[in-house]
Write a protein that binds this ligand. Structure first.
Ligand SMILES: [Zn+2]
Length: 398
């Protein structure tokens, strides 16, 4: 090391210490420290930042230095109630980072793209012995029930979640080289894959077309990304429905032509008339239901024309029963309904191209990430998430 390098290293260390960076997070890429910080959920509503030794990288393994990871609704449920009974657990499954070490057998990612040190990656599900889940099994099976990093029981490796400095991706996992996407796009891959899958499900009805009038109900991250996916497909006649003006404004930036605030309309007749008005006097050809509210599910049939279609994707947890009128809502209207649940491995790969198209047509995807917290502020990040103050909240390592 010459004098210059030494100086630079010293300056970097100084700057990082002023920023409050910890020594294990401050290693430049390529140099791997002996230990890594892992945010472990050790009890309900509390993470401890633990330090674990970085293990040997096996012949089929990939060691990744974490750059960032979004907080998912699933993480919020684990934080509040631990429904999967995983505590103590290293959470975080919407993560991305840079490869710092690869085992000697690792040459390509799960799609066959070359993979090596310096590449930016994301992971998807972990294969066990289910041969039905493969890259080329198209839409046959989604990841429901499969293992993913960030929702694994703790083991003696501990580097199992993306809320950490480093994660050890073991052989038999799926990993993708996404070096051609920026950090924000990479953090958004997992939630975007949910919408790629939903739109693929919607397309199976044969009703969704370029000139369709489409209503998107619910403008949280899922509804907003739904609008973005529709726009990148060339569908322009989109009406967004929500009860918050700020979210409806964002929906318009994402490409919705009109918006309807349900709080401004009394009763379902007035509300469905407002949706009709927004389409110039016509009901929707197709609707995406992106809220977890049973009432919203009951309402949405009234927005759809005879022979139209509906994709329900809002209930990732049990939100209770919804009332429908089988005569008016289903029989007389002949509405074709599909449900959508997570995504397939193939949808995951499709998502990378969607994110490039979204950027190319100027959709403000990065603005979906409203809050960024460093790893040691992870408790605060989750509390902010529970207060529903922002849209997507992310842990971003310095
Ligand atoms: Zn998730």
């Amino acid at each position: 090391m010459d004098m210059n390098e030494k100086n630079i290293e010293q300056i970097v260390k100084q700057v990082l210490s002023q920023m409050g960076g910890s020594p294990s997070a401050a290693q430049p890429s390529g140099k791997v420290p002996n230990t890594a910080r892992v945010a472990m959920l050790t009890e309900l509503e509390h993470y401890d930042i633990k330090e674990f030794p970085i293990p040997e990288v096996g012949d089929d393994d990939v060691l990744v230095k974490v750059e960032g990871c979004g907080i998912c609704g699933t993480d919020a449920h684990e934080f509040k109630r631990d429904p999967f009974g995983l505590i103590p657990v290293a959470l975080g499954h919407e993560g991305t980072g840079e490869v710092v070490k690869v085992g000697k057998n690792v040459k390509t990612d799960s799609a066959g793209k070359p993979l090596g040190v310096g590449d930016k990656v994301v992971t998807c599900m972990i294969f066990k012995d289910n041969p039905d889940i493969t890259m080329f099994d198209l839409n046959k099976q989604n990841v429901g029930g499969a293992d993913v990093y960030g929702l694994l029981p703790d083991d003696d490796i501990h580097l199992n979640g993306w809320f950490s400095d480093y994660i050890l991706v073991r052989g038999g996992s799926t990993i993708f080289n996404v070096s051609d996407l920026d950090l924000d796009s990479r953090i958004l891959i997992e939630p975007c894959a949910v919408l790629i899958h939903a739109v693929e499900r919607a397309k199976t009805t044969g009703i969704l077309r370029f000139n369709s009038r489409v209503v998107v109900q619910g403008c949280g991250p899922i509804g907003l990304i739904c609008i973005a996916v529709l726009r990148t497909m060339g569908i322009e006649n989109i009406v967004a429905v929500d009860g918050e003006e700020k979210r409806l404004e964002f929906a318009k930036k994402m490409g919705a032509e009109k918006s309807v605030n349900f709080k401004n309309h009394k009763g379902i007749e007035e509300l469905s008339a407002a949706v009709c008005d927004a389409f110039g006097g016509y009901p929707a050809d197709f609707a995406f239901q992106c809220t977890g509210s049973p009432v919203a599910h009951s309402n949405i049939y009234k927005f759809i024309r005879n022979g139209g279609g509906l994709c329900e994707l809002g209930f990732f947890i049990n939100g209770g029963d919804a009332t429908i009128n089988p005569h008016f809502d289903i029989c007389a209207k002949e509405i074709t309904t599909v449900g959508s649940w997570v995504y397939t491995l193939r949808d995951y790969a499709t998502t990378f191209d969607f994110l490039k198209r979204a950027k190319a047509i100027g959709l403000p995807m990065s603005d979906l990430i409203t809050h960024r917290f460093p790893l040691d502020k992870i408790n605060e990040a989750h509390e902010t998430n529970l207060r529903m103050e922002g849209l997507k909240i992310a842990i971003v390592n310095e």
